[in-house]
Design a protein around this ligand. Structure first.
Ligand code: GLP
Length: 255
């Protein structure tokens, strides 16, 4: 795992977008594993700017998103399908037919998860998987558990995740309590992984993710076992790592 220092959110967004952009240039028909949440918004803005400048062409790219709330339709403004369309897809030249996301409206969880795993496998797997990280160490919606879940599955969201995501909804009661998410096995099968994190509230979990034991109670800790992970995080998110294990972080200014 390489952990790259970014001065602030802008810097991290530009670095992350450049790493994704390099993938698109090197393999124009690549499969981009995409994420939602507030962390990737700046990265998506930078990718849109690069597209507008003519530096990137997404016309042959495929996309596979990590997760979707169970029960929300694509046109619900809190669904991840809506988020991806509004914050990235509608601004670039990706073919919407090449974009994939679990269908939150399929009431048959088992069938939907199987369908999604098959869809990702049919693409030949993910070339670069962008990840955010939940305050409790979740990636996608793989919540802390007794074991690492494997394929796409239906999860009950933890109270801490519901609390954290309530800021996007009118009322806490509106936050769905379940989601469909790619499993840890699917995420770990990506050829490259790019995890981004910003802000002081992520500092404790960033330390556990990178320097703590690999345990399913911190799902993101499994990333220590992947052979091509790049973490780009800002100074605030790296603050505890910089204090306790500075040797793990590249590019930080000398204290
Ligand atoms: C959500 C998403 C995750 C995301 C996490 C962190 O729960 N399912 O994929 O990484 O929140 O979000 P944020 O980037 O807003 O902190």
């Amino acid at each position: 795992m390489r952990i790259l220092y970014a001065a602030d959110y802008n810097d991290l967004s530009r670095k992350a977008a450049n790493l994704i952009g390099a993938q698109v240039i090197m393999k124009p028909d690549c499969v981009l594993g995409l994420a939602t949440g507030s962390s990737p918004l700046g990265t998506y803005k930078c990718l849109i700017e690069a597209y507008e400048k003519g530096d990137l062409d997404f016309s042959r790219c495929f996309a596979a998103n990590l997760d979707e709330y169970r029960g929300l339709t694509k046109d619900n403004d809190q669904s991840y399908a809506y988020f991806m369309y509004e914050n990235l897809f509608k601004h670039i030249n990706i073919d919407m037919a090449n974009t994939n996301i679990p269908d939150g409206t399929n009431p048959d969880a088992e069938a939907e998860c199987k369908r999604y795993d098959e869809a990702v496998a049919a693409l030949g797997g993910v070339d670069i998987q962008l990840l955010g990280i939940g305050n409790n160490g979740h990636i996608g919606f793989n919540e802390p558990a007794d074991e690492f879940p494997t394929g796409t599955h239906c999860v009950d969201l933890t109270d801490s995740t519901i609390d954290a995501n309530a800021r996007f909804f009118a009322r806490r009661e509106d936050v769905p309590t379940q989601a469909y998410t790619m499993g840890i096995k699917t995420i770990m099968s990506a050829k490259k992984i790019l995890l981004i994190a910003s802000g002081e509230n992520k500092a404790p979990i960033m330390y556990e993710m990178a320097a703590g034991p690999v345990v399913p109670s911190v799902p993101a800790s499994i990333l220590q076992m992947h052979n091509d992970v790049t973490v780009v995080a800002d100074a605030a998110a790296l603050s505890i790592l910089l204090e306790k294990a500075p040797e793990l972080v590249e590019g930080a200014p000398k204290a």
